[in-house]
Design a protein around this ligand. Structure first.
Ligand code: HPA
Length: 272
């Protein structure tokens, strides 16, 4: 089955299960699972039950597509995403975004945990992503381009919607939540960076680095979906003396900052 037929197949399966018409898609990053609580839940479907969704190889993986309402707006939320480092190919990593598009999603909110390289950042900061640098070794649009899904050479001059960024900044100001802005560098992982790599990533223009988001954003833009994305800075890579990082520390820092992100997302969805 070609990609387009697979997407239709999956969409038709989902349409039989849901009553809402999601206009907004949300992807939750590591440690941000708590954000699922801001949804008035209507339907949740395990990834394992969705035809053509990648088969999770990670034990105890709690992947679900959750449908419901936030601030009265119909949304679809991915609780758990597919990372390239887990072994999925780029088509698999981004397949859920293709399905969201076919379900009617026009705005995508993407979240992640990221390492900070900007000297102004501290652990727990929220960073609105203004742009990205793609350092993944494989591109989600490589190969045959189906014009029904998007154009061969998508423009990326405004991958992150300026209007949504402005609205989010205003919301954060009103809620008294500090937000930073910056460039996200996406790369494969799964190793965290060496001190020399963090330094290089900063020199080439990155404020934060992580192992997700970029493929999903590229595919969303290919499909004409507007994107808003935000990182939680869970560790700082640029230091006089290098500090070690563990996945547990990343999860904890993300988890602690999640309520701030939830507050902003709840308000932002109202404007979509
Ligand atoms: N590097 C890459 N990915 C990450 C980091 C980091 O420092 N922190 C959280 N995700």
């Amino acid at each position: 089955m070609n990609l387009y037929s697979k997407i239709q197949d999956t969409k038709n399966f989902i349409l039989q299960k849901i009553n809402n018409k999601p206009k907004v898609g949300i992807i939750l990053g590591s440690g941000l699972g708590g954000l699922v609580d801001i949804i008035e839940k209507e339907t949740a479907i395990n990834y394992t039950h969705i035809p053509n969704f990648p088969v999770s190889t990670v034990e105890g993986h709690q992947g679900q597509l959750v449908f419901g309402k936030i601030s009265g707006v119909d949304v679809v939320l991915m609780a758990g995403r597919f990372h390239f480092y887990e072994g999925y190919n780029m088509q698999e990593v981004t397949f859920p975004v293709r399905v969201m598009k076919e379900l009617g999603v026009e705005n995508l909110i993407v979240s992640n945990a990221a390492g900070g390289m900007n000297a102004d950042f501290t652990i727990g900061n929220l960073m609105i992503i203004t742009d990205h640098i793609n350092l993944f070794p494989e591109h989600p649009l490589r190969g045959h381009n189906d014009p029904r899904l998007g154009t061969r050479f998508p423009d990326m001059s405004e991958a992150y919607d300026k209007t949504l960024i402005n609205k989010a900044e205003e919301i954060a100001r009103n809620l008294n939540i500090e937000v930073k802005k910056g460039v996200y560098i996406g790369l494969m992982g799964p190793t965290f960076e060496t001190p020399a790599e963090y330094k290089m990533l900063h020199v080439i223009g990155g404020d934060a680095v992580g192992m997700s988001t970029v493929p999903e954003v590229i595919v969303a833009r290919h499909g004409g979906i507007k994107v808003f994305a935000m990182s939680i800075i869970t560790d700082i890579g640029i230091n006089a003396s290098p500090v070690s990082i563990t996945h547990e520390e990343v999860l904890e820092a993300a988890n602690n900052a999640a309520p701030k992100m939830a507050a902003i997302v709840t308000e932002l969805v109202k404007t979509m």
